[in-house]
Ligand binder design. Structure first.
Ligand SMILES: [Zn+2]
Length: 455
């Protein structure tokens, strides 16, 4: 070894020491979005007299900022994810039901991060979020690997989407395995991951072994009377909780892995459920048929060196996550659009004025004339749009352009109620415009038919 070699070795050794010392700044960034399908708020956050049904995940959440009044925009997977990824409200993107392809021109936070130099990885757990609906947009790597059927013999979803070999969803262990694989394979200094889990979704118990309870098991008990229905609901809740426990363990493994890498990557984690689940509330089971707290209020937390740990009661919504994620990623956000609604999404990592109302929409893909069959024997027709206005107190008012829905909701006092009715009227008009042009236009439909995606 000559002198220059020794000098080079000394410099290299010094650089290595600096890189390894505690004082060295962590310049690599990891942004991780975790979406949990169908997870109720009350199974996640501990309440006054009940513990969390997800104690492992809750322990991670306590290191971050937990949102106790976080509301999704729909009880359905695709509208909720469309708002999450675009930062646009439902009246701006027009996606109010499942089975719709994301419009090409819709803004997308993954694309924004990819353009800013992020390496992007997505892993999804169920059919509604596959690449055929556009949810792979902006991802360098996208994993959809489904091994389980939603229900025996069902080949079509939402009436026309063909599901190859019945493969509809993957379970939590498989998603964490794919997720850890994606983390292992990522090499860039700026990384964005999206991991989606499906386990709490019906059929209840499918993720945890043992007996499985389906919605139809509960409906079938109706002729036997209230006690029989209640017994089936109790079984469903127990099996739902078993799936939630399975999810909790798989999430814990992922969150521990991310925590272990924190000295090498500045890690920002955003976790949210796309919607909740009715388990008997208001005589409903499932999600998407109605606007109810059980389906709209969801778990959400941000775990990041940028946020102070704690719990907040401030009203927050799915609309806020796009600006929040871009802010955590250090990617510039656009200025607020002056022509859009006053409650545009806001960066949840910054203190600021909190919104006075959040909105949600319901429009099922079922045809006019069909109805939701409730557990008290009533049938509630699916006719047109319904909207919810959610107050910071958690009060939810449901209605349409015609007025508030009697029997479903208390009617708010006239002064602020009228502002919401005016908003509902604007939403309905905006959404009617989307229906005419249609995100799934005849040309798109023909193209998809040719590819065998629809029948
Ligand atoms: Zn969902």
């Amino acid at each position: 070894m000559n002198k220059s070699h020794i000098a080079f070795a000394l410099v290299a050794w010094t650089l290595l020491l600096v890189a390894c010392s505690d004082d060295a700044p962590v310049t690599r960034t990891r942004v991780v979005l975790i979406t949990l399908d169908t997870l109720r708020y009350d199974r996640f956050a501990p309440g006054d007299r009940r513990p969390s049904a997800m104690p492992l995940t809750w322990a991670h959440a306590e290191r971050g900022l937990v949102f106790d009044r976080f509301y999704t925009v729909s009880g359905v997977t695709q509208p909720a994810h469309a708002t999450l990824f675009s930062g646009r409200a439902f009246w701006e993107h027009g996606i109010t039901r499942n089975g719709v392809v994301l419009p090409e021109d819709l803004p997308n936070i993954t694309e924004r991060m990819q353009q800013a130099g992020f390496e992007t990885h997505g892993v999804v757990a169920s059919f509604p979020l596959t690449r055929r609906f556009g949810y792979d947009r902006g991802f360098d790597h996208f994993t959809e690997d489904f091994s389980h059927n939603l229900s025996r013999g069902k080949a079509l979803w939402e009436g026309h989407w063909k599901i190859e070999e019945g493969a509809f969803f993957a379970m939590a262990d498989a998603i964490t395995e794919h997720a850890n694989g994606a983390i292992d394979n990522a090499t860039s200094g700026r990384q964005f991951f999206w991991f989606h889990y499906f386990d709490p979704h019906a059929p209840y118990g499918a993720s945890s072994g043992g007996e499985v309870v389906r919605k139809r098991d509960i409906l079938k008990a109706m002729p036997e009377g209230e006690a029989a229905v209640e017994a089936q609901l109790a079984r469903a809740r127990a099996r739902y909780d078993a799936d939630v426990a399975t999810l909790d363990r798989a999430l814990d493994r992922l969150l521990i892995r991310l925590q272990e890498d924190q000295d090498r990557y500045q890690t920002h984690i955003v976790l949210v459920a796309d919607h909740g689940e009715s388990l008997g509330e208001g005589h409903s089971v499932g999600h998407g048929a109605r606007l109810h707290e059980a389906e709209l209020r969801v778990p959400a937390f941000v775990l990041s060196p940028r946020v102070e740990p704690g719990r907040t009661n401030a009203l927050a919504s799915m609309l806020d996550l796009a600006p929040t994620i871009l802010s955590l990623a250090g990617v510039e956000t656009e200025g607020a659009d002056p022509t859009s609604e006053p409650n545009d999404g806001r960066d949840l990592t910054r203190q600021g004025p909190t919104p006075t109302v959040a909105y949600a929409v319901r429009r099922t893909s079922r045809e006019k004339g069909q109805s939701e069959r409730r557990l008290d024997g009533s049938k509630v027709p699916f006719d047109g749009y319904q909207f919810a206005a959610i107050e910071p107190s958690g009060a939810i008012y449901i209605g349409s352009a015609e007025g508030f829905l009697a029997g479903e909701t208390e009617v708010p006092e006239a002064t602020h109620g009228q502002a919401w009715l005016d908003a509902f009227d604007r939403f309905e008009n905006a959404l009617r415009g989307f229906e005419q042009t249609g995100p799934l236009s005849p040309e798109v439909r023909r193209g998809l038919e040719a590819l065998g995606y629809v029948e």
